[in-house]
Structures are given as C-alpha cells and as structure tokens.
Design a protein around this ligand. Structure first.
Ligand SMILES: Nc1ncnc2c1ncn2[C@@H]1O[C@H](COP(=O)(O)OP(=O)(O)OP(=O)(O)O)[C@@H](O)[C@H]1O
Ligand SMILES: [Mg+2]
Length: 237
C-alpha cells in the first residue's frame, strides 16, 4: 500500500464560497487515512467524488484528462481545481499507475492511436466496442505495482464483465501489490471484499459498510420487490 493519507490544506484555501471548496464533503474534509488496498468513493451525484479523485490524479502527476505519467495530451478544462490544495502522504511513493476518467476515454483512445496500437489487444481502441476497449485497457495497461484511480469504470461494462473486472482487480492487488481508488455507483464492484467504502453523502466523507450503501439497499430492494417498487414510484399523484 502506498497512498496513506489525503489532507486538505485549509490554510491555503481562499474562500469556501466557490467550487471546489463549496462542495459540502470537501468543505468538511480534514484528512482521510487510507488503510485498504482498494478504496471506493460512493455518494450521490454531485457529492464530490470525481473532484477529489481528479485532485489525487493531479498530485500523482497523472494526466487529469485520463492516463498515466507519460500520457501527455490536451483536453479542454481538464485541470484539477483541488489538486493544489491537497497533500498526499506515501509509504513508499509510487509513480506507476493510471487515472481513468469515464468521460474522456474517447480522447485517451485517440491518443493511444497516435502512439501506435501498442499492447491493447493489437487493435485500435476505437475499433473495439466501449466495453471491449475498456476491458483491453484493464487487462493490458494495468500491471505492476502502482496506484490506479478509476472514475466509474463500470460505465462500459456488462454485469459479467464487472465480475471479470473484479478478478483482474484482485490479481493486481494480490500479486502485484497494487492500490486502487475507485469512484463507483456499481453494487457489484462495491462488493469486493476487504475494501474500504468512503461515503461522500451528508456533507462528510465517512467510512460505511457495504450493506449500508444506497447502492446495495436500493438494488436489493428493487430486485426483491420490483412490482411494488415500480407501482410506488410510477403511481399517479
Ligand atoms: N468545473 C466545475 N466548476 C464548477 N462546479 C463544478 C465543476 N465540476 C464539478 N462541479 C460541481 O461540483 C460538484 C461535485 O461534482 P463531482 O463531479 O465531483 O461529483 P461526483 O460525486 O463525481 O458526481 P457523479 O456521481 O455524478 O459523477 C457538483 O455539484 C458539480 O456540479
Ligand atoms: Mg463523478
């Protein structure tokens, strides 16, 4: 495990009235101690998960538009607003790794194409389906000790590929001693054992159990009571 702590440097913050310091979970952040090789960020849309993940990527000197240390390409508005205001503590410091932003995967694929098809299944990422391309990235680019920062990796993946992704994650964690921080809405990914789940809800970042997440509770309730659930939410006023 490498990244041990994330601290907000409050003395540098000019004002809490504007983004990103106006986001409640960030406004109330002091420090996060990381004690698992896999940490999940969960929370409502807009609760600040991507903002913090991007700031970590920025501090790791990964391209904040997505990629590793050696992936330099320009994408609009990809600078991190929070990166200059956090401090990361490492033991030991690692430089290998990758930042995956779901929204900018297309740009990353284009960038890879300009470098030749490389080790991505021998085929341009643009000539693979969204999920296939994501998957060949996971299976080929992620290797070795490193820190992997992933923003909603499930976006492209079918449920069975999400399970296969868990297998790859597990191998990287066990065999390569890698660390992951993953923002996700997937109840499947969140089920990974021995992970720490950090909730960004209720204006604070707090550790919660899998069974306490909305993702688990709402999915479970929905699957067990689909008809009643739909009757309730689709009922006329
Ligand atoms: N560049 C920006 N300028 C101003 N506000 C922003 C900017 N980027 C994000 N925000 C706002 O900051 C808040 C947190 O956004 P963020 O993208 O971190 O949320 P999130 O937890 O990742 O949500 P989601 O689950 O939808 O991906 C949101 O209210 C968003 O509108
Ligand atoms: Mg997000």
């Amino acid at each position: 495990m490498f990244l041990k702590r994330i601290e907000l440097q409050r003395d540098l913050i000019p004002s809490y009235n504007q983004y990103p310091f106006s986001i409640p979970s960030i406004k109330n952040l002091d420090q996060i101690d990381i004690h698992s090789k896999v940490t999940f960020f969960v929370g409502e849309n807009g609760s600040g998960k991507s903002t913090l993940l991007e700031a970590i990527a920025d501090k790791c000197e990964f391209n904040t538009a997505g990629g590793g240390k050696n992936n330099f390409y320009e994408v609009n508005a990809s600078e991190s607003a929070l990166g200059d205001y956090i401090r990361l503590s490492w033991l030991p410091k690692v430089t290998n790794g990758f930042f995956l932003r779901a929204e900018s995967f297309y740009n990353f694929a284009s960038h890879i194409d300009t470098m030749g098809t490389g080790p991505y299944g021998g085929k341009s990422l643009h000539h693979q389906s969204h999920g296939e391309a994501f998957f060949s990235l996971f299976s080929n680019r992620f290797r070795g000790r490193g820190i992997y920062l992933l923003d909603e990796p499930e976006a492209a993946l079918s449920p069975s590929r999400q399970l296969a992704f868990l297998r790859i994650l597990h191998d990287l964690v066990q065999e390569d001693d890698s660390q992951f921080i993953i923002a996700t809405h997937s109840p499947i990914l969140l089920g990974y054992p021995e992970a720490t789940i950090l909730s960004f809800d209720e204006g604070e970042i707090n550790e919660i159990d899998y069974e306490e997440t909305d993702h688990y509770q709402i999915t479970k309730y929905f699957l067990q009571n689909r008809e009643k659930f739909l009757q309730d939410i689709l009922a006329d006023e």
